[in-house]
Design a protein around this ligand. Structure first.
Ligand SMILES: Nc1ncnc2c1ncn2[C@@H]1O[C@H](COP(=O)(O)OP(=O)(O)OP(=O)(O)O)[C@@H](O)[C@H]1O
Ligand SMILES: [Mg+2]
Length: 373
């Protein structure tokens, strides 16, 4: 599955543009503020109807317009077919169409176009709160376990109702427990699926990390399921009920799951340098894509924002070759072509962007002589 062609209109500084991509490596070169990240944002929007930069889509549309429109052709090599995908945002509403059919849920879009984005803020996966790691974990499991989303929906619905009951001061005591059965069942399913996932993910992660990190550290990744390992979830809900009533929400459960990455037994954010944190984050994404590749027999679409600012030459080479070997389409941005030029083999494409206008560069040598680089 790869992105064959994309038309964008009214998104940030991109007025109207159509690009035809290579199924392999695509390099987007441009000065600061030219529109590189906006292009990746548009592609990411196609995969889940969300931006990786802001939860407010109103900010993503061009500030003079009333919305944005994306139209893509996704090539499915297994069926040898081109699938048209349209995403339109107007007056605060999102309309998603795949092959002419309107999709009700953005998660239906995600199964069709799995996209991984690695950008300036991806370090938050290790340095910020648990929500980033939980999202990472959920992406991984969601894409390889068919029933995961339905367990997650059941759990979320049950959790919401239980929390509402906990908050209702005048509500009859015990009404929270009506939801316990539903919660316990779906919590168990989510936990089992996540455990299976982590057992597949960990060997890949350790292996990629060994290739990435020069320093000789012992790195471990541990899955915390959101409640103690030695106690049944039903018991947790019962024992914690009075505390949950006090705070007005359910304190323990799969919604509190986390991934704990440690180097020499110390939490990674307390010991790793900034460069090492970047390498660990990359190894995590590589392992995630490797599990996807192993289970689904195909690659994902990888978006790498400002790759040369983040990595030295050895790590750039390793990153590109790992994703290439897994059959992934890669779209990467940079302000400088020089360090990426050696990777632009036959079949790859280079685009130059200036003020939201993208142009394919046919002769790599020609762009080198341009002053803009
Ligand atoms: N809603 C918007 N409407 C119009 N223009 C916008 C909007 N949001 C951002 N921009 C402008 O779009 C341009 C492109 O931004 P973008 O973040 O894509 O640049 P970039 O090429 O990734 O730059 P950098 O190398 O600094 O990361 C910038 O000039 C920015 O100010
Ligand atoms: Mg940018």
């Amino acid at each position: 599955m790869w992105l064959d062609q994309l038309s964008i209109s009214g998104l940030r500084n991109i007025a109207s543009q159509t690009l035809a991509f290579s199924p392999g490596l695509n390099v987007i070169i441009g000065d600061n503020g030219s529109g590189k990240t906006s292009l990746l944002e548009a592609i990411y929007l196609l995969s889940c109807a969300k931006s990786f930069r802001t939860p407010q889509l109103n900010r993503v549309k061009n500030h003079t317009g009333d919305g944005f429109r994306l139209f893509a052709r996704i090539f499915n090599p297994q069926a040898d077919e081109l699938i048209p995908v349209g995403v339109e945002y107007k007056a605060g509403r999102m309309l998603i169409k795949v092959a002419g059919q309107v999709l009700r849920r953005s998660s239906d879009l995600a199964t069709r176009i799995p996209v991984v984005v690695i950008h300036q803020e991806s370090l938050r996966l290790l340095t910020h709160n648990v929500s980033y790691r939980k999202k990472f974990l959920d992406w991984g499991v969601f894409h390889v376990e068919q029933d995961y989303i339905s367990h997650w929906r059941r759990y979320s619905r049950g959790l919401k109702q239980r929390n509402l009951a906990l908050q209702q001061r005048n509500g009859s005591k015990g009404s929270e427990s009506i939801w316990d059965k539903e919660l316990i069942l779906s919590a168990h399913q989510l936990d089992q699926a996540r455990k299976r996932y982590i057992s597949e993910f960990t060997p890949y992660f350790i292996d990629y990390l060994r290739q990435m990190l020069v320093a000789d550290y012992t790195t471990t990744v541990e899955y915390y399921r959101g409640w103690a390992a030695d106690i049944d979830y039903g018991e947790v809900l019962q024992v914690g009920l009075s505390r949950d009533r006090q705070v007005g929400y359910t304190m323990a459960g799969p919604h509190r799951a986390d991934l704990l990455v440690r180097m020499n037994k110390v939490q990674v954010q307390d010991i790793a340098s900034r460069g090492q944190l970047k390498q660990i984050v990359l190894a995590m994404y590589m392992a995630q894509v490797a599990v996807f590749n192993q289970r689904m027999g195909k690659g994902c679409l990888i978006l790498l924002d400002d790759i040369t600012a983040e990595l030295d030459d050895r790590h750039i080479a390793m990153t590109l070759s790992v994703f290439e070997r897994m059959g992934c389409q890669v779209i990467t941005t940079s302000t400088e072509l020089g360090r990426l030029q050696g990777h632009c083999k036959k079949g790859g494409k280079v685009f130059h962007v200036e003020r939201g206008l993208f142009e394919e560069v046919i002769q790599y040598a020609a762009i080198k002589t341009m002053d803009v680089i």
